[in-house]
Design a protein around this ligand. Sequence first.
Ligand SMILES: Cc1cc2nc3c(=O)[nH]c(=O)nc-3n(C[C@H](O)[C@H](O)[C@H](O)COP(=O)(O)OP(=O)(O)OC[C@H]3O[C@@H](n4cnc5c(N)ncnc54)[C@H](O)[C@@H]3O)c2cc1C
Length: 461
Amino acid sequence: MTSAEPDLEVDVVVIGAGGCGLVAALAAHEAGAEVAVVEKLPRLAGNTMLSSGSIPAAGTRFQAAAGIADDPARFAADLRRTAGPHEAEALVDRLADISAPMVEWLADTIGLPIELIGAYRHVGHSVNRLHAVPSRRGADLMQGLWQAAEERGVPVALATPAIELVVEDGAVRGARVRTQGSAESLIAAKAVILACNGFGHDRELLARFAPDIAGAEYFGALGSDGEAVRWGEALGARLANMGAYQAHSAIAQPHGELVTWTVVEKGGVIVDETGRRFADETLGYSAFAAPALARGGRLFAIYDSRIREATAAGQPDFGVLVAHGGAPDFADATALATACRLPPDVLGETLALTAGAAQGDRPDVLGRKAWGMGPLQAPFVATRIAPALFHTQGGLLVDEEARVLRTDGGVVPGLYAGGGAAAGISGQAGGAGYASGNGLLAALGLGFIAGRAAARLTRTA
Ligand SMILES: Cc1cc2nc3c(=O)[nH]c(=O)nc-3n(C[C@H](O)[C@H](O)[C@H](O)COP(=O)(O)OP(=O)(O)OC[C@H]3O[C@@H](n4cnc5c(N)ncnc54)[C@H](O)[C@@H]3O)c2cc1C
């Protein structure tokens, strides 16, 4: 990790062209820095592209226009209630504080057509505060960021993986990258922003840090190979919240599409291949994944045609799954059981018990209290599902300026991190601490902070 004559010299080099990297680059450019972005993959294909692009923010003008009273303190309290204690506490308030200015900057400065999502609130939020572009697709969010980078002349080099950080006297001074084929280039910079996401695609790091989910299918992007963790460890950086992750319990089989947890929130249940429920579904889509993985075998989301129609009306991606035949309905529980090869008597008993709990006749045996649209009614709908890992939430601990911290409490000079490369705010371990939108909040929020902070550093360096 030593320097030689650089092939390129910039103020700030950003590693990774996902949501974090592009926001960091745009923010640093706006603050006057000369920036270059390097991306490992030959096209934009990180987790932000795969996401549904929901960004939580508190106290925005979009909320005010919808008559929603919200503020950073309420948001931070929601985040803490969901996550419980963890090692990145200081970031909770910082990200809650920055969330509204960041989302309004995306709308007003970057020009994204941001809207407040009114159709659903989702896990961990006491008011509607998820914002997104109208299509609710991360790909369109990324398209807008990419276009903004192009318009401003911020270079993004695709198919250019960073393979090593350049370090001089303990300070990070650039990155070595691989260009065409096996050629290598050295980019010298006053600051480096790690925006290369987490380690969801690296089985070894997963087994080491998040063994409870290591056996699940990985549903995220291929570029998440854990370089930030490896480079950070070599530099004495502090790793934090390493066992935390976002999972999802319901990937439709064999379609491979996400089944929105809204169908569960509206009253649906999850049964195993014996026709029985096995955990309180209101744990949330991420937390439910570990019990679902442990249960194994064939799993089904069971809901009804009212829920299906109401959900499809507000969530186009789910509408696509319905159109592809992923949410068929059945006249009664016996027909559903026969089609899904479930024991009809057991399934019938499960649905009867569930209906009793939903209409308040008796407490639910698994402790569920919220039943959305009430007891399920025929015709019933079934979707076969499997749990999957979306992304890891552990990473390099950063301070409130997104500077990477060392195990001794000092900072690694010149090094910033955000998004999946940094320690998240979703609890210390497991999938239960993840509030909807924590991924993009850490990606775009820390990118916004890191870009500005790195630009400031370059003015003083
Ligand atoms: C299906 C799905 C749905 C989701 N929905 C939501 C949602 O609605 N809201 C939400 O908040 N979160 C959501 N998430 C999580 C969210 O997408 C991520 O937390 C967030 O996008 C991470 O952003 P990032 O910029 O850190 O990573 P990415 O967007 O993955 O970008 C990292 C980039 O770095 C590149 N890279 C990696 N290593 C190198 C290297 N050595 N050199 C150069 N480039 C490198 C990668 O190829 C990648 O392009 C979802 C995740 C999935 C998988």
